[in-house]
Ligand binder design. Sequence first.
Ligand SMILES: Cc1cc2nc3c(=O)[nH]c(=O)nc-3n(C[C@H](O)[C@H](O)[C@H](O)COP(=O)(O)OP(=O)(O)OC[C@H]3O[C@@H](n4cnc5c(N)ncnc54)[C@H](O)[C@@H]3O)c2cc1C
Length: 294
Amino acid sequence: MLPPFKILDTNSVADAVHELARLGDQAKLYSGGTELLILLRHNLLRTEYLLNIKPIAELGQVHCVDNSVRIGASVTHRRLETDPTIRDRLPMFADAESQVANIRVRSQGTIGGNLCFNDPHSDPATALLVYDASVTIQGSNGARQMPLQQFLCGMYSTALEPEELLVSVDVPCLPARWGSSYLRIHRLQRPTLTVAAAASRRNGAIDDVRLAVGCVGPMAVRLTELEAKIRAGAPNDSRKIIKESKAYLKKTLEPIDDLLGSAEYKIYIAGVLLERALVRALQSVEKKQDGNNG
Ligand SMILES: Cc1cc2nc3c(=O)[nH]c(=O)nc-3n(C[C@H](O)[C@H](O)[C@H](O)COP(=O)(O)OP(=O)(O)OC[C@H]3O[C@@H](n4cnc5c(N)ncnc54)[C@H](O)[C@@H]3O)c2cc1C
């Protein structure tokens, strides 16, 4: 049984911010409700009001701004999986979105709800970190923007203040001639481990690289130190570098032993998937080049 609550529709970001300030602890923002309703049903959350932000047109938009794509917070996973702009400009992100849960959760759950809940077992953040995504947040003191990595503070925790809402995610396209890849493993619907890689080549070497891993620890993380070691090296050397980076991965990813596996196993599999995702990202660069030459 769900406990009783009232749903209040909001029609603009200003309206939602005003209601959040007015109702304080008595209200929770409500988008797709896939997470919220589970919490309410299991008595893990009590609230008098759900502020429905889905009627806010601005939050449901996807549009290109220069070389980025701006995604409104209430855009669903299903739209991100299928939208031609996302598939064309952010193909690896569209692929990650296509692997979220099942069609019901993808049709209802939103990117804003996903990032704001910051469940460690999620897909989008890992992919978005590799795109250097940033978020725009609005509160009664105005709007602020920050890199996604800074927004994700820890397990189920973000930089959102109580009276703020996430408005949009800005995702810069990868530079031309980069390839990318997203991999995940799962035993249940939510992922057990996620890896995203993007890379470019020059004269047979890896010119530039970005790597991120999710689900191993409290939140998805970019692996900047590992990237620096791989950058400018030969693709074959990257395999050895990743294998030798177990201590760095352990320190950065903060794995724990749990029902999904031991910390040691998770670090081992993270290394395997990182190698595999990097190879696939580099292969997709080659495919692009072959396509351009052919
Ligand atoms: C069976 C099942 C399987 C799942 N599998 C996966 C999976 O494989 N991969 C994956 O990534 N996720 C998975 N999820 C999680 C779910 O898909 C996402 O977390 C979903 O995107 C949440 O979005 P929502 O709109 O439903 O959030 P809601 O439930 O509406 O909200 C979640 C939280 O975010 C807050 N919130 C929502 N929007 C905003 C906003 N704009 N600004 C500030 N706060 C906001 C709410 O107040 C609430 O605290 C799964 C969920 C279920 C139930």
